[in-house]
Ligand binder design. Structure first.
Ligand SMILES: *[C@@H]1O[C@H](CO)[C@@H](O)[C@H](O)[C@H]1NC(C)=O
Ligand SMILES: *[C@@H]1O[C@H](CO)[C@@H](O)[C@H](O)[C@H]1NC(C)=O
Ligand SMILES: *[C@@H]1O[C@H](CO)[C@@H](O)[C@H](O)[C@H]1NC(C)=O
Ligand SMILES: *[C@@H]1O[C@H](CO)[C@@H](O)[C@H](O)[C@H]1NC(C)=O
Ligand SMILES: *[C@@H]1O[C@H](CO)[C@@H](O)[C@H](O)[C@H]1NC(C)=O
Ligand SMILES: *[C@@H]1O[C@H](CO)[C@@H](O)[C@H](O)[C@H]1NC(C)=O
Ligand SMILES: *[C@@H]1O[C@H](CO)[C@@H](O)[C@H](O)[C@H]1NC(C)=O
Ligand SMILES: *[C@@H]1O[C@H](CO)[C@@H](O)[C@H](O)[C@H]1NC(C)=O
Length: 352
């Protein structure tokens, strides 16, 4: 009975597809408006795809280039999966006709640079993944047309430099993954338009310096992940300039220096109500002999300074007390001498 019902359903779906007159090189589904061409050994884009296709899965093929206006027969695409191919070359305007495209997955390809023409026509795109490619630099024009982007995944590339206006047009961006790249500094101005950014993930880089004002434009930031970097010290103002309601900051797995100044920075941070140093208890630090102390900041590094202050105070007190005592002694001696004279006079007198 149950099986019969399922069979009936399958037959119906097939008959619906038969009634439509279109050719499809992949596995196409009318109602879902989808074409699934995954793992089919395509080296070029399939020639025949239904024009109504809104979801196209071309993942796990052998595509190596995308020509200009490549998708001119499927202009209604909303989701395009090109992940796990061998794409090294994206022509200018490769996606220029896809004005309804919402999601583009280009992860796990061989893309090493992005030209201005890459983002042409992608004004509706909300979700872009370029993870696990070979990008080394983000130029000021590479994302210029992405006016509606909300999620950008750039993790697992080799990005060393981010040019000043690289994220310039992306005021709608909410999440950016820049983890597992080769960033060493975060310079003022690189995040200047990202006022809606909520998640900034820069873990697993080699960052050893943040410009003091670099985080100040991020007025919506809720999560900042700086773990697994090369930070040994940081200035309080760098985080204080975050003008947000509430931001969680993660800082563990950095070679922090075990010293009083840094301890003060972290303590002051813990007192700023809107900032949460989530992993303060897990920060390890390195002393001058490069020894790694787990939960290092539970120790007291301002002891040295306290001792110095104490020593100075004690010295001053001792000096003052000594001076008073000396003065008293002097006075006492004078008095004693007086008594002695008196006594001797007396004794002399009694002697007489
Ligand atoms: C489908 O359309 C083509 C022309 O585009 C026509 O030659 C063919 O006969 C049609 N097939 C069906 C089953 O309607
Ligand atoms: C395409 O089909 C494969 C299985 O053949 C499936 O894993 C994948 O999720 C499908 N793609 C889409 C976008 O539905
Ligand atoms: C793709 O090519 C591989 C190796 O040549 C082969 O084993 C596999 O069956 C092919 N897959 C398809 C869907 O043709
Ligand atoms: C970004 O891409 C990486 C690598 O493919 C993946 O592991 C991660 O889940 C993605 N992150 C998001 C938020 O999509
Ligand atoms: C980038 O960083 C990775 C570690 O995350 C490292 O293996 C690689 O050598 C670095 N590449 C360059 C060009 O520095
Ligand atoms: C970490 O930063 C130090 C300078 O503070 C530098 O000498 C070292 O090479 C950096 N390490 C990495 C892995 O980039
Ligand atoms: C310091 O030691 C802890 C605990 O053994 C370890 O988790 C951490 O990775 C070390 N820190 C660094 C920067 O090597
Ligand atoms: C962080 O510290 C807490 C307690 O101090 C401990 O239970 C937890 O395992 C630590 N987490 C990591 C990732 O080291």
């Amino acid at each position: 009975m149950h099986l019969l019902f399922v069979l009936h359903l399958v037959f119906e779906v097939q008959s619906i597809s038969m009634n439509h007159n279109f050719t499809c090189d992949c596995s196409c589904h009318v109602e879902l408006k989808s074409a699934n061409c995954t793992s089919s050994n395509f080296t070029n884009l399939p020639a025949a795809l239904p024009p109504f296709t809104e979801q196209l899965d071309l993942s796990h093929n052998h595509l190596s280039t995308i020509q200009p206006r490549a998708f001119h027969t499927t202009r209604r695409l909303r989701v395009l999966l090109l992940n796990d191919n061998a794409i090294g070359m994206l022509a200018d305007g490769a996606f220029s006709l896809l004005e309804d495209l919402l999601r583009l997955d280009l992860s796990r390809n061989r893309i090493s640079s992005l030209s201005e023409g890459f983002s042409q026509g992608l004004g509706s795109l909300r979700d872009l993944s370029l993870a696990e490619n070979r990008l080394t630099s983000l130029d000021s024009s590479c994302f210029v047309h992405l006016d509606a982007l909300q999620k950008l995944n750039l993790s697992h590339n080799a990005i060393e430099t981010i040019k000043m206006r690289a994220f310039g047009s992306m005021s709608t961006l909410r999440q950016i993954q820049l983890d597992w790249n080769n960033l060493t500094v975060l310079k003022n101005g690189i995040f200047s338009m990202l006022r809606n950014l909520e998640v900034l993930n820069v873990c697993h880089n080699q960052i050893d310096f943040l410009d003091i004002g670099v985080l100040s434009p991020l007025t919506s930031l809720a999560l900042l992940d700086l773990t697994y970097n090369n930070l040994s010290t940081i200035q309080f103002k760098t985080f204080l300039s975050l003008n947000t309601y509430s931001t969680h900051i993660m800082l563990r797995e950095n070679p922090w220096k075990c010293d009083c100044d840094l301890q003060r920075v972290f303590r002051k941070l813990c007192n700023v109500k809107r900032l949460f140093l989530d992993d303060y208890d897990n920060l390890s630090c390195f002393d001058e002999n490069n020894r790694n102390y787990t939960a290092g900041f539970h120790k007291e590094f301002c002891v040295g300074e306290m001792v110095t202050v104490l020593v100075i105070t004690i010295t001053v007190v001792i000096t003052v007390v000594a001076a008073i005592v000396m003065a008293e002694k002097k006075r006492g001696k004078k008095n004693k001498e007086k008594h002695w004279t008196e006594a001797s006079e007396l004794s002399c007198a009694s002697h007489d």
